[in-house]
Ligand binder design. Sequence first.
Ligand SMILES: Cc1cc2nc3c(=O)[nH]c(=O)nc-3n(C[C@H](O)[C@H](O)[C@H](O)COP(=O)(O)OP(=O)(O)OC[C@H]3O[C@@H](n4cnc5c(N)ncnc54)[C@H](O)[C@@H]3O)c2cc1C
Ligand SMILES: NC(=O)c1ccc[n+]([C@@H]2O[C@H](COP(=O)([O-])OP(=O)(O)OC[C@H]3O[C@@H](n4cnc5c(N)ncnc54)[C@H](OP(=O)(O)O)[C@@H]3O)[C@@H](O)[C@H]2O)c1
Length: 380
Amino acid sequence: MHKSRGLIPGQTREQARAGLKPGNFQGRPPRGVRSHEAERASADAMESHWFGTSRFKRRARVTSMEALTSTGTVRLGFEVADGEPFEFLPGQFVGIEAHFEGRGYRRSPYCILSEPARAPHFDLLVRAIPEGPLSLYLAALQVGDEVLFRGPTGRSMIPRFDDRELVLMATGTGVAPLFSMAHHLLAAGYPHPISLWWGLRLVDDICLTDELDALAGTYDQFSYAITLSQPPPGWTGLCGRLGESVPPLLETLGGKRYYLVGNGAMLEEMEMALSDLGVVQHCIYKEPYFDPIHQPDREIVARIRERFVATDLFSAYAARRGSDLDLDRDLEAARTGKAGNGDPMAVSDLFELLPAFLSHHPDQDDPKPTHVERPWNRPY
Ligand SMILES: Cc1cc2nc3c(=O)[nH]c(=O)nc-3n(C[C@H](O)[C@H](O)[C@H](O)COP(=O)(O)OP(=O)(O)OC[C@H]3O[C@@H](n4cnc5c(N)ncnc54)[C@H](O)[C@@H]3O)c2cc1C
Ligand SMILES: NC(=O)c1ccc[n+]([C@@H]2O[C@H](COP(=O)([O-])OP(=O)(O)OC[C@H]3O[C@@H](n4cnc5c(N)ncnc54)[C@H](OP(=O)(O)O)[C@@H]3O)[C@@H](O)[C@H]2O)c1
């Protein structure tokens, strides 16, 4: 039998290791002080080489810093300090980089909260995450401090066509690019309603309401609602996660674009529910902040789907196809809420029928308008 070398009878491996100098765990000769120094020098050289080729070379200076909530949400104002051009469209983000002693460089993207018209100034909305190095670093910045960044980069969220209503859904700081887009589109005359549904946990997480109220007061076509997953007693607003409170409030699903930003699980579950109900993929825009490859739980998705009251995509299909198919009878039943025999019909029964439904999708058939240049398609 193989016997570990160096173990005294009765001694555990941990006890043996405790008596050793660092570095000789795996039977290597102990490293001297010089080799540690050499190792550190080589790590520093690698980092400085990396930094030399890093794309995070742009500089921005903090111009304002405001704690918006007691739960760790801050709003940071920056001005670009490197003299290079800085233009962006809503949905784009900057990559921020910082060095942490003993942990090396960390970099993460942050969507821009402010409107493009204010560039080269830009604001970020940051949630300080316990133990999260970069968010804590940002939340601790002070006016006058400089950060290294790259960008702006990422996709613009501006719709290519001005043919549809916009339904914006965000959890937490996912509201940032939607806030920017709503301001931008409304100021530029976007011709359709824009509704923002914002999922937060606690009443203490609520912020930005002065500006959202001002936007809703200025533009009739804009509305917003906050839904709290952990509301306090006496809260009269929406309660529950987005997938609980919003589906009963959307009267129709067709003719809209859906924007989902924030928690990846919300995005995947909501997207699957919308898609099951007939919303086409090209009308759903997702920007996950974390948990981007969440596998939606079919039962959660089914529960979200069940809460939707809109049946317009089904009934449009039924109207188009006439009554020659059993499917039509069932789709009509979905619209009226009654099965062919007069019994109430559960929406879930319809999902048996989806493959046939989706192959004749009414929303898919919508004629696409030709792309025309609009004021909101261009950066300022
Ligand atoms: C495209 C994109 C845009 C982003 N925009 C923003 C933004 O505008 N504002 C912002 O605060 N963050 C934003 N993030 C998240 C951000 O990049 C960092 O991941 C976040 O700040 C945490 O970094 P950290 O180093 O502090 O902690 P990490 O150790 O990297 O993260 C710890 C954990 O915190 C959770 N988490 C990460 N981000 C959030 C968040 N925003 N809210 C709640 N929980 C979170 C996740 O579970 C994550 O695993 C964005 C991410 C992406 C991909
Ligand atoms: N998980 C917790 O209970 C908890 C509590 C306090 C702080 N934190 C930490 O605090 C930090 C900040 O978090 P945050 O509140 O800004 O962002 P967050 O964790 O993404 O939560 C924001 C909102 O999204 C909801 N949500 C989560 N998963 C969802 C899903 N699949 N579909 C729809 N909505 C969903 C949350 O509801 P829920 O309340 O149902 O999760 C909450 O209302 C994070 O680091 C988080 O881990 C977590």
